[in-house]
Design a protein around this ligand. Structure first.
Ligand code: 15L
Length: 265
């Protein structure tokens, strides 16, 4: 049975996957800069600061596959993004390579392409249009993943995650929602599918208002079970509480686009 490392175990997605992954991958090693507050006696955990290559190597030892959710998960200062996502992202792939890890699933983000307008349906092969320093770091992580796949034969899957949770939170999230169980499916494809070399998938459930062409994921067997429209009333009621945001409401990345925005409209 494969030994799987999950970084970012104390974060929002990591916390939920700590419940969903053990039945599939019983030999699951968790990592984060500090342990989850509710770490169970039956869970394996090793702390690591991703900005430190030696610590990354230590958590990659004896591992068959990695689900990399570690790093900074929203917009931050340049130094925060640089340490956690740029240096940290590079270190994770380099450490995995040095330790002979065969597969990496990298948590990229919709913010790698957030400056595409909502009326523009995009595939996974479009030019990146990051909407933030955070988005730039996700483009960087995808590029590092491609390098390790093409140069070293690592099997790399990048998931441009939309919005992960039990239900879509507002109108924008009706287009990009990702049900936790569907993320598990995508991770399994990345960790197990024999034909993975380097792939980019959108981390989205079955959303009728999707802006994304995710056919590559479907070709690899992805069959999402979440349907955003089932929560339409809730999402629209939440949307009604928000102030209009002319920039954020126009682009796919939402508020990540409007923050610090001072270009001519
Ligand atoms: C992300 O990439 C973030 O990690 C998450 O906190 C949300 O902001 C999400 O994108 C989103 O776009 O809704």
């Amino acid at each position: 049975m494969a030994r799987i490392l999950m970084t970012g175990a104390s974060g929002g997605i990591g916390t939920r996957l700590r419940e969903l992954l053990p039945p599939i991958y019983p030999d699951l090693l968790l990592s984060d800069i500090r342990p989850p507050a509710d770490l169970g006696a039956n869970e394996q955990f090793k702390a690591a600061d991703l900005a430190d290559l030696a610590q990354c190597e230590a958590i990659c030892e004896g591992v068959d596959g990695i689900i990399h959710f570690g790093g900074y998960s929203v917009e931050g200062s340049w130094d925060q993004i640089l340490q956690a996502n740029i240096i940290g992202g590079y270190n994770l792939f380099e450490a995995a390579y040095r330790k002979g890890v065969k597969r990496v699933v990298f948590a990229s983000s919709n913010h790698a392409v957030g400056f595409y307008p909502r009326h523009h349906r995009i595939g996974t092969d479009v030019t990146p249009r990051p909407d933030s320093r955070y988005g730039v770091s996700k483009v960087f992580g995808e590029a590092v993943g491609a390098l390790y796949a093409d140069k070293h034969g690592m099997k790399v899957t990048c998931l441009r995650i939309g919005n992960f949770g039990d239900m879509p939170l507002d109108q924008r999230r009706l287009s990009i929602w990702l049900k936790p169980e569907d993320l598990v499916q995508l991770c399994r494809i990345g960790l197990e599918h024999p034909d993975i070399h380097f792939e980019v998938f959108y981390g989205a459930s079955f959303n009728e208002r999707a802006w994304w062409d995710n056919h590559r994921a479907y070709e690899f067997g992805y069959r999402p079970t979440g349907r955003a429209e089932d929560f339409r009333e809730h999402a629209m009621a939440e949307q009604a509480k928000l102030k209009p945001d002319p920039v954020g409401d126009h682009f796919q990345g939402g508020t990540f686009c409007s923050m610090e925005f001072d270009a001519d409209p």
